[in-house]
Design a protein around this ligand. Structure first.
Ligand SMILES: [Mn+2]
Length: 384
């Protein structure tokens, strides 16, 4: 039996002011193409289906189109909720969809939900664990000792009485660690960036499954072993991912313990790139490529360029953000504000800041405007 593992679709997400719905549709079409080319039987979607709990109309339409296409092609689909999804909204229509082979488990109801598939090697179980917190598991298992997420997941799995002599797949959306922490992409949000010890789950709790399809971390990677993986997000969702690439795990499971994993690269409609240099170099004709891409531009020019964003957008209309890296920003990086702030008055601080940013003295008119704004904001008082 052959599977595709997806996760962190974040349907409806935008990048700065740019809506990504067309890019997401392009990638989902590519995945449908792959499914038919490689005779895929089932799709696992490991949470963060939508980007937000209240998805836009365009986002709902796109998911509707995708799961309808899967159902029409006869593909069994298994979807769990992630921390970005609304459990209730993602549950919409789930009993009806189930008849068409689209199985949604959104929100934890006290046990690991399981579905049986069948092929020439016998039965294969799909176990679905939507995003959970330890407190939810404690509620259902008041007699168990559940200090951490690791204990929570282990408790749920133990109570599921899984027959490990047969073949089992787990779909989950959690922070699972291998030899070390998984490498985050940077677009996951605070739930991953500030993850505490108590929220981490060791891969060893999951090692008896034939394959574990994880969501939550946006960089594609294995966790502890090859058959426990994060698929990674559908596309690059932040600047920190500019130099990475996305892929889809294609898993062929034959007999017990015989899972073959192939990583299929995803080709985005518009890539996300980061370029660095002086404005004239970056915009010289030999350096201009792929002008539809989403661009992050770091200018190394010493002087601030008037209207740089609009100039760059004449060449790269989908520029998301520009910033500077030069001797002034270097000085600012080295500058310890806490040391100076206590010993200087407000107008001295503003004058210093202006000098560092623009390399010239602030005029008395400009300083006057800053002082009156500061008085209005209550930062300084008349007597200062
Ligand atoms: Mn996510």
């Amino acid at each position: 039996m052959r599977f595709i593992h997806l996760g962190d679709l974040h349907i409806g997400k935008s990048l700065g002011e740019y809506n990504l719905i067309d890019d997401q549709k392009y990638l989902l079409e590519q995945i449908l193409g792959l499914i038919s080319e490689r005779s895929v039987d089932a799709v696992l979607i490991a949470g963060d289906v939508y980007d937000r709990t209240l998805p836009s109309e365009a986002a709902v339409n796109l998911l509707d189109w995708f799961i309808s296409s899967l159902a029409e092609a006869g593909i069994k689909t298994f979807i769990i909720s992630g921390n970005h999804d609304s459990e209730d909204r993602l549950s919409y229509g789930k009993r009806l969809f189930s008849d068409k082979g689209i199985h949604i488990v959104s929100g934890f109801k006290g046990e690991l939900e399981q579905f049986d598939l069948e092929d020439e090697y016998g039965r294969l179980k799909i176990c679905m664990l939507p995003f959970i917190k330890a407190s939810q598991v404690r509620y259902y298992y008041p007699d168990e000792d559940i200090p951490s997420y690791d204990d929570a997941v282990r408790t749920v799995i133990e109570h599921a009485d899984i027959d490990y002599s047969g073949r089992n797949i787990l779909v989950a959306h959690q922070f699972v660690t291998g030899e070390g922490d998984p490498k985050a992409a940077g677009s996951e949000g605070a739930s991953v960036q500030n993850v505490g010890l108590i929220e981490k789950i060791s891969f060893s709790s999951l090692k008896d499954f034939d394959y574990v399809a994880l969501g939550h971390i946006h960089s594609p990677q294995r966790v502890g072993r090859d058959n426990i993986r994060y698929s990674g997000s559908l596309m690059k969702y932040s600047l920190s991912e500019a130099n990475s690439s996305k892929s889809v795990p294609l898993i062929t499971i034959r007999g017990k313990g015989d899972a073959e994993i192939e990583l299929i690269p995803l080709r985005p409609m518009r890539d996300l790139r980061h370029i660095t240099g002086k404005l004239v170099q970056l915009l010289s004709s030999e350096n201009i490529t792929d002008t539809d891409d989403f661009m992050y531009v770091t200018l190394t020019d010493e002087e601030i360029i008037d209207d740089a964003m609009n100039i760059i957008r004449q060449y790269y209309p989908n520029t998301v953000k520009i910033d500077y890296r030069n001797s002034h920003t270097k000085e600012l990086e080295d500058f310890d504000i806490s040391e100076t702030a206590d010993s200087k008055s407000f107008d001295e601080l503003i004058s210093d800041f202006y000098r560092k940013m623009y390399g010239t003295e602030i005029s008395s008119d400009e300083l006057g405007i800053m002082m009156s704004a500061a008085r209005e904001a209550g930062v300084v008082h008349e007597a200062d």
